[in-house]
Design a protein around this ligand. Structure first.
Ligand code: HEM
Length: 322
């Protein structure tokens, strides 16, 4: 009898020990070396995730083109000074901020971030960073547009620097594939990850000013019928919009299929098909949407972790440094 009790107590102890080992293993996987954590706000602001999801969902129901806007804003945040919400800061008398650079003038959707921040501040003041809100909003925008589901670690801090001159490091639409490979490699991305991230252009539009350089002379990489479409768009002026693919609000792989038909809108899009290294990836993603979704979400998680700060602040208002 005593022996049975001892055995059962031992078995329970082993079970508890195994649980502790498993749990600590899980936490080890979830908490990165940078202090970010999938469940960062679990105790401090448990409703932040549903607030972000609901607000993005409502905004997209009103205006589905905002999915593209949120995704692009997150990319432009992360590539300049890391994912620190620096793109959200307004210019002041003494400082022209990133958002007023020509490369950022067509960014939209700041009011969605403000809306989320206001709701979150009411529930848990001073806890959730603007950088995290933007990263979560972009993730949810991709999901609601029909793209892959993915989660990102949270715990980014907001930066205190936002300068127009830093935006020189955003990729220009005139770059060729080798230049893009080099630029993305500076942030730790492979050529394949760069091609997968460029698939963000499955959403949204480019304005004529971003591609009119291609229309001056015959371009063998540009389909002649599509060149006429682009010229027609440009007749509406510099701000006229050309969708990157036939489904501007749906996250799918039609962007890559457009490249196969030489229907890429920007030089930086079509070059991915002209270059032999990147062409293989374009072909792969055009054929296999699941592969694109998988690689895209992995690359997005990586992008969302670029140069994250642990010494920044949690801004009270996403447009102003505290
Ligand atoms: C590979 C280098 C890239 C270049 C050169 C580039 C350049 C551009 C340009 C010029 C536009 C049009 C801006 C305008 O005319 O108003 C644009 C739009 C856009 N970009 Fe990129 N981009 C790049 C990568 C990315 C990445 C990595 C993402 C996201 C993962 C992204 C997401 C978007 C989206 C969603 C739009 C449409 C925005 C809207 O409709 O409001 N881009 N990009």
């Amino acid at each position: 009898m005593l022996h049975e009790k001892t055995c059962s107590a031992m078995a329970n102890l082993v079970r508890v020990l195994v649980m502790i080992v498993i749990m600590s293993g899980v936490r080890f996987i979830i908490i990165g070396a940078d202090g970010l954590d999938m469940n960062y706000y679990l105790a401090s602001c448990p409703f932040v995730e549903p607030i972000v999801k609901d607000t993005v969902n409502r905004a997209l129901q009103n205006d589905p083109t905002l999915a593209a806007a949120l995704l692009r804003m997150h990319f432009h945040d992360c590539f300049i000074q890391g994912c620190d919400g620096s793109v959200l800061i307004d210019s002041t008398k003494g400082n022209t901020a990133e958002k007023d650079s020509p490369a950022n003038l067509s960014l939209r959707g700041y009011e969605i971030i403000d809306d989320i921040k206001e709701q979150v501040e009411q529930q848990c003041p001073g806890v959730v960073s603007c950088a995290d809100i933007l990263a979560m909003a972009a993730r949810d925008a991709v999901f609601f547009a029909g793209g892959p589901v993915y989660d990102i670690p949270k715990g980014r801090k907001d930066g205190r620097r936002s300068r127009i001159e830093d935006t020189i490091n955003l990729p220009a639409p005139t770059l060729n594939a080798s230049q893009l490979i080099r630029m993305f490699a500076q942030h730790g991305f492979t050529a394949q990850q760069m091609v997968a991230l460029s698939g963000g252009h499955t959403l949204g539009v480019a304005r004529c000013s971003s591609f009119k350089n291609r229309l001056n002379k015959a371009d063998p990489a540009l389909d002649s019928e599509f060149a006429k479409t682009l010229s027609k768009t440009c007749r509406g002026g510099d701000n006229s919009e050309q969708p990157f693919d036939p489904t501007r609000n749906d996250f799918d792989n039609l962007y890559y299929n457009a490249l196969l038909r030489k229907n890429g809108v920007l030089t930086s899009d079509q070059t991915l098909y002209s270059n032999p290294t990147t062409r293989n990836f374009v072909n792969g993603y055009a054929l296999n949407q699941a592969m694109f979704f998988f690689d895209f979400q992995q690359a997005m998680v990586k992008m969302s972790l670029l140069d994250v700060k642990d010494d920044g602040e949690v801004r009270e208002n996403c447009r102003k440094i505290n």
